[in-house]
Design a protein around this ligand. Structure first.
Ligand code: ZN
Length: 313
């Protein structure tokens, strides 16, 4: 694998090969990618790095919100999310979207999709809950739920009033320039406002176990692959100080990695990832049988998901 000609997205350092022949294990994009590591700061990143235009084309071809609503499945899901059972599950499995974290004032969910999280944030003590979503179909679905959802890209977004909390739930690793994204988030926060971040952990034991098939490489959509250390550096460089950190290993992510490892083929969509019964059965197995491993992984810093709360300095 040749050395990447692209410099590190964080520090401009040279990139050294780490893992070659990594492919899209979800949608079936027929291309090879690789993971490279910065020789200077150690941050891992996807190469070749797609241009903004290429990435946009990938999103519109593969990542579009389906617009499903009003079906028995979506009705059941909505009832589950509002139930005590969902809160109990999050307490057990890890709350990677901060659905049970309390706060006050104004919250914005950046990349809110169809707004499933907005209803939950509205119950967590906030007086104002808004979303930011560039996918017009998803944004319209969230507005039908009664929420204010802004359709601009973050870089063009100028809110009328700053926010107390900005949520980046599995969003930052998608950014072509994470530093710029954190600066933009900082600009829409009040002084002392908080960013709540979750993203995959590149130091996860599941990454070691599944190698190229780890579901959270998610090439080419995940541009950077953070660890505790690199995420901490990114936040400090963006003007944030640490408040809280944790790790989680969602059973859903374990199930997805297992299904991708067993069934993903380059160039073919992985149909097993969209079979709810298979996914739920594997989730139950992962949670029921692997719980000591999942717990230990999180405690030792090798959980699959990083969770951070940081305050605008
Ligand atoms: Zn670097």
């Amino acid at each position: 694998m040749p050395e990447s000609p692209v410099p590190c997205v964080a520090c401009g350092g040279g990139l050294a090969p780490e893992l070659d022949r990594v492919f899209d294990t979800r949608f079936g994009i027929d291309a090879d990618f690789a993971i490279a590591r910065c020789r200077e700061c150690g941050l891992e990143q996807t190469v070749p790095r797609p241009s903004a235009a290429t990435l946009e084309a990938y999103y519109s071809a593969h990542y579009n919100f389906g617009g499903e609503s009003g079906t028995a499945y979506t009705g059941l899901r909505a009832r589950f999310l509002e139930s005590g059972a969902y809160r109990a599950w999050l307490a057990l499995d890890g709350d990677i979207s901060f659905h049970t974290r309390l706060g006050h004032g104004r919250l914005i969910d950046i990349g809110c999709n169809e707004g499933r999280g907005l209803a939950l944030y509205a119950r967590s003590g906030f007086t104002t809950v808004e979303g930011l979503e560039t996918n017009a179909v998803a944004a319209a679905a969230a507005r039908r739920r009664g929420f204010t959802v802004h359709g601009q890209a973050l870089e063009a977004f100028r809110p009328n009033a700053p926010y107390d909390v900005a949520v980046l739930s599995n969003v930052l690793e998608h950014a072509l320039d994470p530093h710029e994204m954190l600066c933009q988030v900082r600009a829409i926060l009040k002084p002392g406002g908080e960013v709540w971040i979750s993203c995959p952990n590149a130091a996860s034991w599941l990454r070691t176990l599944f190698g190229r098939r780890w579901i959270n490489w998610h090439v080419p959509f995940h541009i950077v692959h953070f660890t505790e250390a690199s995420l901490g550096r990114a936040l400090a460089a963006g003007g944030f100080e640490p408040v809280a950190r944790a790790q989680a290993t969602p059973a859903l992510w374990v199930a997805h990695s297992v299904l991708a490892a067993l069934t993903a083929r380059r160039g073919r969509p992985t149909a097993w990832l969209r079979r709810p019964l298979a996914v739920m059965a594997l989730m139950a197995l992962a949670r029921g049988l692997l719980f000591p491993l999942l717990w230990l992984g999180n405690r030792l810093g090798h959980g699959d998901c990083l969770l951070r709360v940081a305050r605008r300095v």
